[in-house]
Write a protein that binds this ligand. Structure first.
Ligand SMILES: [Zn+2]
Length: 146
């Protein structure tokens, strides 16, 4: 697909900042999550369908991996450098999995959709082409930007 210059992909720093705030990649205003493990189906501000196709967020596993590595690497370095015993190593590892999993899960979806929006902003201009939505959902209004 060729790039269409009429679509504004936004800046990398803008996407990083609003991904940290769990905001919509299109309008930067609507919250992607309405609570723990509960993602909004549509952006409450601009109406964008977040799940662009069935299985869309499977790609978020890549982001989840990097979030997990980023958050746990300092602890891993401390464990290795301080020559901790196996029980300490095991307990800290289990604790990190419990603490990091929810953070990685929520951020993985947000990061994934921000990357996708940055790469192909023209694919986010309506919900009409989103497979897996009902006819009524495809007609869900997506407010034009600008
Ligand atoms: Zn939005």
């Amino acid at each position: 697909m060729t790039e269409n210059p009429q679509f504004d992909r936004g800046s990398i720093l803008g996407h990083i900042w609003y991904a940290l705030l769990f905001r919509c990649p299109r309008c930067y205003k609507g919250a992607m999550w309405r609570g723990p493990l509960r993602m909004n189906k549509f952006c409450p501000s601009c109406g964008l369908a977040f799940e662009r196709e069935p299985g869309y967020f499977v790609g978020g596993m890549y982001a989840s991996y990097f979030v997990g590595v980023f958050l746990t690497m300092p602890v891993w370095m401390w464990l290795i450098m301080s020559h901790q015993s196996f029980p300490v190593f095991f307990a800290v590892t289990v604790g990190m999995v419990i603490l990091v999993w929810p953070v990685a899960f929520h951020y993985s979806r947000v990061i994934w959709i921000h990357i996708d929006y940055f790469v192909e902003p023209w694919a986010f201009q309506s919900n009409e082409t989103v497979p897996g939505l009902t006819v009524e959902e495809k007609r869900h209004p997506v407010m034009p930007l600008r």
